[in-house]
Design a protein around this ligand. Structure first.
Ligand code: NCD
Ligand code: ZN
Length: 349
């Protein structure tokens, strides 16, 4: 019987939403992960330390009673954010990181940053106090092709910022291109990259070939196969500055399956099973733990988790629900398009 025991994973990029969706999805993340970096793009967004405190309470209330899942809160950076408020939240231990959305780049990013100069005082303070910045790495310039928006962001925003504030700890989130991988590799110890489960599995054909499949549409949008292969290599090589951020981003089905559907893939229920499959395919099961459980804490300067989880390979494919219920609506679970044989043993020890 094939099993793999690893330190309990963390998810370094997660959307839990609020209200009925939060209640429906939080138990899936809490079942497998010890901690997660919680994205602040609610409506309205989580901007101040007080907002983060209130959201944290909502999350904790949505967890199963015996859960010790720890939400690591982030603040949504706006051009009106105050460095003192952000620093106070960080020093209190309430807030772990700040999230920068270029205005208009993705779901609920309208209040994000238009002009990076306007947030430089906040970024300078974060560099001083060692607070990580999570960046959604896409330009929003409508003249730039959607498949090029990450590469152009690196050139126009990330590289200049990297040079200007070398001490700032930057996470380039949900890297989807070889350009992103190359950037993180070349950028030195204060730069890391997260990679999602689905970008290791699908390329853009999944969305567009043989019919349009909205449940594979997310942002940054999946790119061509060469990019997927570069991501696989970075994730499975055990390189220390790449780690898991699932970007599990639930939307109810009517908002995905319509003429102008929302971006986001909901992968929390089967992420670890899918990752074990991918790492096994790459002959890298022995490096899964680095990607899910070691590299993230090391970059965020947090301890690794004490407990372990065991993944088991089952001879028969495992039944995974294709949809879950959230307040009377359904949310579709990521379908990796291969049979899932791995399962996570319940009860970390
Ligand atoms: C995310 C969402 O729905 O909040 N969507 C997505 O496609 N990833 C936003 C984001 O992380 O870009
Ligand atoms: Zn996201």
């Amino acid at each position: 019987m094939k099993t793999l025991t690893i330190r309990q994973p963390d998810d370094w990029h997660l959307h839990l939403r609020d209200a009925a969706i939060l209640k429906a999805v939080a138990p899936f993340s809490a079942a497998h992960f010890k901690r997660a970096i919680i994205m602040p793009n609610l409506v309205p967004p989580v901007v101040t330390a007080a907002d983060a405190m209130a959201y944290r309470e909502q999350i904790v209330a949505a967890l199963p009673p015996d859960s010790d899942f720890q939400p690591l809160m982030t603040l949504y950076l706006t051009e009106g954010s105050r460095a003192d408020d952000i620093e106070a939240g960080f020093r209190d231990g309430l807030v772990t990181a700040v999230k920068l959305y270029p205005a208009g780049a993705t779901t609920n990013s309208q209040s994000g940053v238009r002009n990076i100069e306007a947030v430089m005082p906040v970024l300078e303070r974060m560099a001083e106090i060692g607070m990580p910045l999570c960046m959604h790495g896409e330009v929003t310039d409508p003249a730039i092709d959607i498949f090029d928006r990450e590469a152009v962001f690196i050139e126009r925003v990330l590289q200049p910022l990297r040079r200007r504030l070398p001490e700032l700890r930057i996470v380039m989130e949900h890297v989807t291109t070889k350009d992103g991988v190359d950037f993180v590799q070349a950028a030195g110890e204060n730069t890391a990259g997260t990679i999602t489960t689905h970008h290791l599995i699908i390329n853009r054909n999944a969305i567009l070939a043989g019919g349009i499949r909205p449940h594979y549409y997310c942002l940054p949008v999946a790119k061509r196969e060469t990019h997927r292969l570069a991501l696989r290599k970075a994730a499975t090589a055990g390189e220390g500055r790449f780690f898991l951020g699932t970007d599990s981003a639930p939307h109810v089905d009517p908002l995905k399956e319509c003429a102008c559907g929302c971006a986001g893939v909901f992968n929390a229920p089967n992420t670890l099973a899918c990752l074990a499959h991918v790492f096994e395919e790459e002959g890298a099961l022995d490096r899964l733990e680095a990607f899910t459980s070691l590299n993230g804490p090391s970059f965020y300067k947090l301890p690794v988790n004490e407990r372990h989880v065991t993944l088991r390979w089952n001879d028969e494919p495992v039944e995974v629900p294709s949809k879950i219920n959230a307040g009377g609506e359904t949310i579709t679970v990521f379908d990796p398009m291969f049979p899932i044989h791995w399962s996570v043993e319940s009860g970390a020890s």
